[in-house]
Design a protein around this ligand. Structure first.
Ligand SMILES: [Mg+2]
Length: 266
């Protein structure tokens, strides 16, 4: 604990869109600011990506540059440069065990595990196949450690196509509409849908959103969270809305600097 910092208070930051431009590397300006801020308050980052990706964006020394560094929403947790927690990553097949192993239907049919996730994937791929959007590429559904990542345009698209899709999505709400259909259809699975980044959304068991990292912050009674996707369905929504945090919506790294200056450095 550095001297002079307000005890019990932490400033916690989303990564993409909050400390960096979407998918970009942090500028020297924001890194400099975070160093300054760390002198007066405890600071942490929480990103949905894995530590490799977060290190690419915030620098190789990220786990030392922040008091807390949470990757994969806190499934992997570092404090003062040391690993303090890791959620054993689900294998591709174990993702299925979000649900019970077998399910007996009303007509007596027994469904084995795998069927539910298969249903989800089949439905999502059909939905994407029927979508009328200007560009489709490949890798529409990606299995990750604790989640599925679904992209209507497909993750194989170029950066230029990503930018185009993001603009198109802002007008036509492709992701938001798809999420609301999936939520309706698979509501019984207790899944969380989270729109983040430019081209996709994540699907994971309830509770595996960014609030997951709060379990490591019991020592703090004042947790300020800063994120860019704090609206319902955005990947900052749950932690922003959490009773345990004071939520702040930011629009860019520059806005983050401005709001933090007013709050902590004025
Ligand atoms: Mg973000």
């Amino acid at each position: 604990m550095m001297a002079g910092r307000k005890p019990g208070l932490i400033a916690l930051f989303d990564v993409d869109g909050t400390l960096t431009a979407p998918r970009k590397v942090a500028t020297p300006n924001i890194l400099d600011f975070m160093r300054k801020l760390r002198k007066v308050v405890t600071v942490g980052v929480v990103g949905g990506s894995d530590l490799v990706k977060i290190s690419e964006q915030l620098g190789k020394t990220v786990i030392d540059d922040y008091d807390y560094a949470f990757s994969e929403n806190g499934l992997v947790a570092h404090k003062d440069g040391k690993l303090i927690g890791i959620q054993v990553l689900l294998t591709e097949l174990e993702v299925i065990s979000w649900r019970r192993k077998t399910q007996v239907l009303e007509n007596g049919t027994v469904r084995k595990n795998g069927v539910v996730i298969q249903e989800f994937i089949n439905f999502a791929l059909h939905y994407i196949a029927d979508l009328d959007i200007p560009i489709k590429r490949g890798t529409f559904i990606e299995f990750r450690s604790g989640m599925l990542n679904v992209s209507p345009i497909g993750r194989n698209c170029s950066q230029e196509e990503r930018d185009e899709f993001e603009k198109y999505d802002k007008v036509h709400n492709i992701r938001a509409k798809m999420v609301s259909v999936l939520r309706e259809k698979f509501g019984h699975l207790n899944l969380t849908f989270s729109i983040g980044g430019q081209i996709s959304f994540d699907v994971f068991p309830q509770g595996w959103d960014k609030t997951y990292c709060l379990r490591y912050l019991d020592d703090f009674h004042e947790i300020h969270f800063f994120g860019d996707k704090t609206y319902k369905g955005g990947n900052d929504y749950e932690i922003y809305e959490s009773e345990r945090t004071v939520g702040h919506t930011v629009t860019s790294p520059e806005d983050t600097i401005e709001q933090c200056t007013a709050l902590f450095l004025a």
